[in-house]
Write a protein that binds this ligand. Structure first.
Ligand code: SF4
Length: 297
């Protein structure tokens, strides 16, 4: 791992970001990604310090703008492997417009949204994913509105091709999800549930302490690991090509669901289409189909 280690991470002790960083470093090692061919782009927030802690190229950008910056990097240097790391405020509030359109553009990259359900770096302001009733500095009597559900929202975006949810305290699931996202041909959006012991210490506690409060999505080529099967006994079979079923499963319920909700490698990719020279609509469609076939698994 030392080949990829950057500066000493300065997140709080017990912060879930440490776990995500470790999982990402292991992915870089397992996939033998060359540091000089790999780029991490982030916005602003605790998790957005990610690029400093890796010995790859990195771009610590401006609030909410990680996805357009990363899209630009990938369009101009398609040979690079691009990761995006965002927090929930960064991605789902100020960056919400970019978030929707990046999923629709479907440029090949891995987009991680580390969701601690609060603005942590700026010290405790309600974010769109803060649970209703949770107090913060901006809403001290408790968040007024129901929390935004990022998975349901992304499953509603036309041309979204990969939508998954994992949790940083389930390292085997996190690692398997990152691997699936990395190998996806298109934009892989992964919401990582992330503990913040400083500002939102209790929000995931039920699921952390009691594995029966988690339900895993399982399918033949899905995210799995033997240790998961021993610990997490609640499972639901799901074909990630079935968008309607994915939307049903995404509805928040008694248990937190982890897994790949939706995956479709036939979605149009802007980074592929723009390389096709403009001709007639029929020729363009045929060329695009050829390109998609090349990328199909
Ligand atoms: Fe992590 Fe929360 Fe500390 Fe930020 S404030 S580094 S999210 S524990």
């Amino acid at each position: 791992l030392s080949d990829y280690e950057g500066a000493q991470a300065r997140w709080c002790p017990g912060c879930g970001d440490h776990s995500v960083l470790t999982a990402v470093e292991k992915l870089l090692v397992a996939e033998q990604l060359r540091p000089e061919q790999t780029v991490f782009v982030s916005g602003i927030g605790c998790s957005s310090r990610f690029p400093h802690y890796l010995k790859t190229y990195g771009f610590h950008g401006i609030h909410g703008r990680a996805l357009p910056v990363a899209t630009g990097v990938k369009l101009h240097r398609p040979d690079l492997t691009v990761f995006v790391v965002m927090g929930d405020g960064d991605c789902t509030s100020i960056g919400a417009g970019h978030w929707v359109h990046a999923l629709r553009y479907n440029v090949k990259m891995v987009a991680l949204m580390l969701d601690n359900a609060i603005y942590g770096l700026t010290k405790n302001q309600t974010s769109p994913t803060t649970p209703q009733g949770h107090p913060s500095n901006t809403q001290p009597k408790g968040s007024w509105l129901p929390a935004l559900d990022p998975i349901s929202l992304m499953l509603g975006v036309t041309n979204a091709s990969f939508v998954a949810q994992t949790a940083e305290w389930v390292p085997a699931h996190l690692a398997a999800t990152l691997k699936a996202a990395y190998h996806h041909d298109g934009l892989a959006f992964v919401r990582v549930l992330q503990r913040c012991p400083i500002w939102t210490p209790g929000i995931y506690q039920r699921a952390v302490q009691r594995p029966e409060n988690i339900e895993l999505l399982v399918h033949d080529d899905g995210v799995t690991a033997p240790e998961l099967e021993r610990t997490y006994t609640h499972r639901v079979a799901h074909d990630p090509r079935d968008l309607e079923r994915a939307r049903q499963l995404a509805t928040p319920g008694e248990r937190i669901r982890l897994g790949v909700f939706y995956r479709n490698e036939r979605c149009a990719r802007y980074d592929v289409i723009r390389r096709v020279p403009p001709r007639t609509a029929a020729e363009r469609r045929a060329l695009l189909d050829q390109e998609l076939d090349k990328h199909a698994v």
